[in-house]
Structures are given as structure tokens and as C-alpha cells.
Design a protein around this ligand. Structure first.
Ligand SMILES: [Zn+2]
Length: 322
């Protein structure tokens, strides 16, 4: 089966970007400039920036599933220039900053603080001695809290506007190259690995920056019903982004979510990089937020167990043993 892509803006992945197997199934394929993929993208970016569909002419959205490691991935991935256009033109700081600020709820602050405090307690160091790298920090929703805790927080980010914003929140901006030559006690990646064309290389480079005993957090979209929905050809005509919801195909959304990890695929990356799975303490500084909501309380209490014993859960923690 052959598919099209425009070599001026895309690259083709001919094998699984995690295990290098060339055995994979195509779950769904369609032109990016034909509905429903096109209308999905138009609605996704309508209120985020200036979407330019000319970049997509001649390229197919091809969703695949690796037969060996279970990774779902897009066969065609944007090149560096198109990546720049997606994250600086299709998505513009002026339009997304207000949304990012509104998302800073008290509940989210408590949730993130709980997790970061738990991570630091596993480091066995004074907070001021902990060096944390937030790779792809976005609007510094996590980095700002780590900085407030007293950690030395470094960040790598593609958007100049986000870098400027984060600098005012105590984040030390460094380049990817600089980061790969430094050492950190915590490498924090929140919704990052799904966006990159070569997750194996990035994972390995980040793993090498860990100090002995250092922690690597990976949070990525959980697969949910992505496989079944794509295999049934039920690609939605509209993105649910503006409504604040997520469709089943969001974990593999065109242009942005290039990889959708299973537990098996992410564990493979970690094993090859010399890292071992670990867990946050089951008993945490649990706070239930600002409202006493029984459903929320139950969810918070169950979360550590769900993450520890569930599969394909989208949250992973690893430790550097040597
Ligand atoms: Zn694979």
C-alpha cells in the first residue's frame, strides 16, 4: 500500500519509531486536504491561530499500529519548518495565552503541587539542590510550581513567546543541545513525547542527562478507544478542542500527536535507555481541591493505584539506576 506525502514539508516513517519493526497495520488513511481530516484540522485551529492548508497539499494522514510493540503512530510527520509553522503560526501565543491562564485552577495547582512534591521526596535531596528539566514546558504550568518549591528549574521550549513568559516565572531557558550536555535529578515531560518524529532518540538523549537515581516522568495521552475508532473509519469531522473535550482520535490527532504510546512501547524505550520503572508513593499529600466532591475525592484516592497497576494509562515514571 502506498501513500502520498509532500517532501517539501513532511517526512515518511517507514518503520515503527520505537522498536524499528517494519510490521505494522494501517488503521486509517485519508488525504489531509479532504474531509473529514481537513474539517477536523480547520476546527482545531480556528481559534488558536492561522491555519494554512497549503502545507498539507499532497500528504495523507496515515495512522498505523506496530505489530511488535503496540505503538500507534502517524506515518507522515512534519519536518522542522512545518513544526515551526504549527507551533508558532497555526497556534499563536496571542490567542492561546488567555486560555492557558484560565486553565490555572486551584484544583490543578494542588494536583501539580502534590505530584511535584512527591517527585522531590524521591530524590533524597534538599529542594534547593534539585535540578529539574522541564522539556517542552508550554506555559510553564508545572515549571512555575517547581520553581516556587525552590528547585533549580531549566526548560526547553520551541516557542520564543513561551520562553519569554516562562523566564518571568523563574524558568532558566536553555537549548536542547545544552540540556543534553547537563545533568538533572528530575526530567519532566508533560504531553511532549507524542509530538516528536523520533521519540526513541529524544527519550535516549533525555535519559542520559539523569544523575544516578534521577527520575524521568513521562505523561502522554492515553490511547482510550483510538484504535477501535480509527479502525472503524469513524474519523470525526470536528475537533472537540474548543468545547474542552477530546475525541477518541485526539491521542493520534493529525499534525501534532504523532505517536500514541502503550505501556509496552514506553517501557521498551525506558529499558533500552537503561531506566527502570518506579512509582510515586501511594500515600501522598492528598488534597481534594477546593470543593468536597465525593467523585473527585474517590478519583484522587484511586489515582496512585490506577497509575501503578493499570495499563496504557498515559503516566509513567522511571529511575536511572546507575
Ligand atoms: Zn514498534
Amino acid at each position: 500500500m502506498t501513500f502520498n506525502y509532500n517532501i517539501d514539508h513532511f517526512q515518511e516513517r517507514t518503520e515503527c519509531p520505537v522498536c524499528n519493526s517494519s510490521e505494522f497495520d494501517v488503521l486509517y488513511a485519508n488525504s489531509m486536504t479532504r474531509n473529514p481530516v481537513l474539517s477536523y484540522l480547520e476546527s482545531q485551529y480556528r481559534n488558536q491561530g492561522d491555519f494554512d492548508q497549503d502545507y498539507l497539499t499532497g500528504t495523507d494522514y496515515v495512522a498505523c499500529e506496530c505489530s511488535k510493540c503496540g505503538l500507534m503512530f502517524q506515518k507522515m510527520v512534519p519536518d522542522g519548518d512545518l513544526m515551526g509553522a504549527i507551533y508558532n503560526q497555526f497556534i499563536q501565543h496571542e490567542k492561546t495565552l488567555a486560555r492557558a491562564k484560565k486553565s490555572l485552577s486551584a484544583e490543578r495547582f494542588i494536583y501539580r503541587t502534590n505530584e511535584l512534591v512527591s517527585l522531590t521526596t524521591l530524590c533524597d535531596k534538599q529542594l534547593c539542590d534539585i535540578k529539574l528539566l522541564d522539556f517542552g514546558f508550554g506555559y510553564a504550568g508545572w515549571a512555575r510550581i517547581a520553581s516556587a518549591l525552590g528547585c533549580e528549574v531549566y526548560g526547553v521550549e520551541i516557542s520564543p513567546k513561551k520562553k519569554e513568559y516562562a523566564a518571568g516565572l523563574g524558568v532558566i531557558n536553555i537549548s536542547e543541545e545544552d540540556a543534553f550536555n547537563m545533568k538533572f535529578d528530575i526530567v519532566h515531560t508533560e504531553q511532549v513525547l507524542e509530538h516528536v518524529g523520533n521519540p526513541k532518540q529524544l527519550f535516549a538523549n533525555l535519559a542520559k542527562t539523569l544523575t544516578p537515581g534521577g527520575l524521568f516522568k513521562v505523561a502522554v495521552p492515553a490511547p482510550a478507544k483510538t484504535r477501535q475508532t480509527l479502525a472503524a473509519g469513524q474519523f470525526p469531522a470536528q475537533s472537540e478542542f474548543d468545547a474542552g473535550g477530546e475525541s477518541d482520535i485526539a491521542p493520534l490527532m493529525p499534525l501534532e500527536h504523532l505517536n500514541c504510546f502503550t505501556t509496552q512501547s514506553i517501557n521498551r524505550l525506558a529499558r533500552e535507555a537503561g531506566l527502570s520503572p518506579t512509582h510515586l508513593p501511594s500515600v501522598r499529600l492528598v488534597d481534594f481541591g477546593t470543593r468536597l466532591n465525593p467523585i473527585r475525592m474517590t478519583k484522587e484516592l484511586m489515582r496512585p493505584f490506577y497509575r501503578r497497576y493499570g495499563t496504557d494509562r498515559g503516566y509513567y515514571l522511571f529511575r536511572c539506576d546507575s
